[in-house]
Design a protein around this ligand. Structure first.
Ligand code: FMN
Length: 369
């Protein structure tokens, strides 16, 4: 088992100084058009320097892929100057900067898209209140989308990032292609599980090829996925085990799961003997580094996860205490801030959007009233 303070070198040669990664968390602090703000740079800078790498919040690769207000954008060259400032504010004291690249698919609405109808694999709305019915992407548009991910990767390279993470999780567009709920296509992009994987397969191939053809050495590519859906039909753990079995043989640098609790047990009865993370780690079987996540608060949590993962990602713990890593690595867990009150928001640079998000997903014990 790896130690938290042990370095790790990815396949493409990038080394990170320890096993702690800041999980991608949208700041909702970008300008309305997706340009990075100075406050956003300061927010990341506050949480950087101690962790091995920071993965940014999701950045949309096409204008119609915007998921929420205040989101980071990477769909045009005009975003490169701001993204360069963002990468620079993360890259201090050898912390690596990774840009998460994303398209919301059907998980947005025409208000956020300023009158434009959302798109997806098929014209099926999400099962949530007020979900709009998306427009089915044409084959030509799917090819354009892959091109947009390639261009976003080139922009990340130009902006000085150390890598990109392809956001294939949390019900957004890539997951919509893999899911039998949102992908009902009858052409080459849909049908069987293998065919629903085609978009992800082609996209990963295209992005990694761009990286390997670029002059930049050591630039890494990761992939994030969610293990299960609750809808019927929907992605179940055996589907995800198939997905990561394929991805682990691709020229990727890491795989990263997304859920809120590392102890989570599957909804599939045949997979309830141990937490989901065990099944994932065993399937990957050392082919690629694997990032575990989900309510890691204490050193013991992190060490528990490192038994079934190579790296740990922390979201909320680093929102509450930007110096979690230094304190834990120095064995001063007693100093870690465990609760957040609204009076500490300014110091921690937690804007309204993130605060609302936290109130929605944070257990009571973490917000002091
Ligand atoms: C405010 C906030 C914003 C988030 N934004 C993203 C995002 O942009 N991309 C993503 O993949 N996950 C996002 N997540 C999920 C986190 O990456 C992480 O998986 C989740 O918070 C569980 O980890 P934690 O318990 O350490 O917070 C977000 C979570 C929070 C709290």
């Amino acid at each position: 088992m790896a130690q938290l303070n042990e370095s790790l070198t990815f396949k493409r040669g990038l080394t990170i100084k320890n096993r702690v990664i800041m999980a991608p968390m949208t700041t909702m602090m970008s300008f309305q058009d997706g340009v990075v703000t100075r406050d956003e740079c300061a927010y990341y800078g506050l949480r950087s320097g101690e962790v091995g790498a920071v993965i940014t919040g999701a950045a949309n690769v096409q204008e119609n892929g915007k998921g929420w207000e205040g989101q980071l954008a990477v769909y045009h060259d005009r975003f490169i100057p701001g993204l360069s400032r963002l990468a620079a504010s993360i890259k201090k004291n050898d912390t690596r900067a990774i840009l998460q690249i994303f398209h919301a698919g059907r998980m947005t609405n025409s208000k956020i898209l300023r009158g434009v109808q959302p798109v997806s694999a098929s014209a099926v709305p999400a099962e949530r209140p007020d979900a709009e019915t998306p427009r089915e992407l044409s084959s030509e548009e799917i090819t354009d989308l892959i091109e947009s991910y390639k261009q976003a990767t080139e922009r990340a390279i130009k902006a000085g990032f150390d890598g990109v993470e392809i956001h294939g999780a949390n019900t957004y567009l890539l997951q919509q292609f893999f899911s039998p709920h949102s992908n009902r296509r009858k052409d080459e992009w849909g049908g069987s599980r293998e065919k629903r994987f085609k978009f992800i397969n082609d996209l990963v191939g295209a992005v990694t090829e761009v990286v390997d053809r670029s002059e930049r050495k050591n630039f890494i590519v990761g992939y994030r996925f969610s293990p299960e859906e609750f809808e019927t039909p929907g992605i179940r753990l055996p589907d995800t085990l198939y997905l990561i079995d394929q991805l682990a043989d691709k020229p990727l640098d890491y795989l990263h799961v997304s859920f809120n609790d590392y102890k989570r047990i599957s909804i599939s009865e045949a997979y309830q003997d141990k937490p989901i993370i065990h099944y994932l780690y065993e399937k990957i079987n050392g082919r690629l580094p694997f990032i575990g996540v989900g309510d890691i608060r204490t050193k013991k949590d992190a060490e528990d996860v490192l038994e079934k993962a190579d790296l740990v990602a922390l979201g909320r713990a680093l929102l509450i205490d930007p110096h979690w890593t230094a304190k834990i690595l120095a064995d001063r867990e007693d100093l870690v801030r465990k609760e957040l009150s609204e009076y500490e928001r300014e110091e921690l640079m937690i804007e309204n959007g993130v605060w609302a998000f936290l109130e929605g997903m944070m257990p009571e014990r973490l917000i002091k009233k």
